[in-house]
Write a protein that binds this ligand. Structure first.
Ligand code: ATP
Ligand code: MG
Length: 230
């Protein structure tokens, strides 16, 4: 399987006035197509920071980052969106839905931005919202959806674009056990059937069995890696 994302000594130092916080320190890893990777670790260990760099949302302070063999650590605000659009989908820790748009319109918007025609976008949006169990609520505004339903809209939106890499920050954080598993099983299915590379930051130990590999973070570094025994 192809390597989707690779890093070498990836580091992020936040500076606030005279204070420096090393949020991620010297992380080297390779994520391949067709694998679902869990990123576990205590609050503040650097999961969101690492995921944001891998998702080309946050620029590293040092180290290298490649997305499908494109070196991206030096790219600026003009070029990064090109890489994001081509390869990456992000499911945020909050939902980041547009409040004035219905579930369906939120997914449609993401598809239009990716360049899908109106017809193709409509079919894809409807199929995905049905797949995450929202066929009945497609035309509701976010304020009329529960937390779990909003989260599933965010998942459908991320999947709609068809990106080969899905980065998810606590995608089951606001869901009960059953719906949380459903979301993870959907991500797993996409990885198995379409060789997507999926990386999930989570505190939810109940979904560990769905990961092919688990990376444990502490104080900005990966301290341990578990691979599922085949
Ligand atoms: N924008 C920022 N400016 C300064 N420090 C930050 C910023 N974002 C995060 N940090 C710090 O970097 C460290 C890592 O934070 P990060 O959000 O990556 O952790 P996390 O593992 O995702 O935590 P959680 O499980 O609570 O979501 C923390 O010490 C945090 O306070
Ligand atoms: Mg976080």
């Amino acid at each position: 399987m192809k390597t989707a994302i690779a890093t070498n000594n990836l580091t992020k130092i936040y500076t606030e006035g005279k204070n420096e916080v090393t949020a991620v320190s010297g992380v080297s890893l390779a994520l391949k197509e067709g694998e679902v990777v869990g990123l576990l670790g205590p609050s503040g260990s650097g999961k969101t920071t690492l995921l944001s760099m891998l998702g080309c949302i946050l620029r590293p302070t040092s180290g290298t980052l490649s997305v499908y063999d494109n070196r991206v650590e030096h790219l600026d605000e003009q070029d990064l969106p090109v890489i994001r659009k081509k390869y990456l989908s992000f499911i945020f820790q909050g939902f980041n839905l547009f409040p004035a748009l219905t579930a369906y319109e939120n997914v449609m918007l993401a598809l239009s931005l990716k360049g899908f025609s109106e017809n193709d976008a409509s079919v894809r949006a409807t199929n995905l919202l049905t797949e995450v169990g929202l066929s009945e609520r497609m035309h509701f505004l976010p304020r009329d959806l529960s937390g779990g339903q909003k989260q599933r809209v965010a998942v459908a939106r991320a999947l709609a674009s068809g990106s080969q890499v899905i980065l998810a920050d606590e995608p089951t954080g606001n869901l009960d056990h059953i719906n949380g598993r459903k979301v993870m099983e959907l991500l797993k299915k996409l990885s198995v059937e379409q060789s997507k590379c999926v990386i999930v930051a989570t505190h939810d130990n109940r979904i560990n069995d769905l990961f092919d590999r688990i990376l444990y973070m502490q104080d900005g570094t990966i301290i341990k890696e578990d691979r599922r025994q085949e």
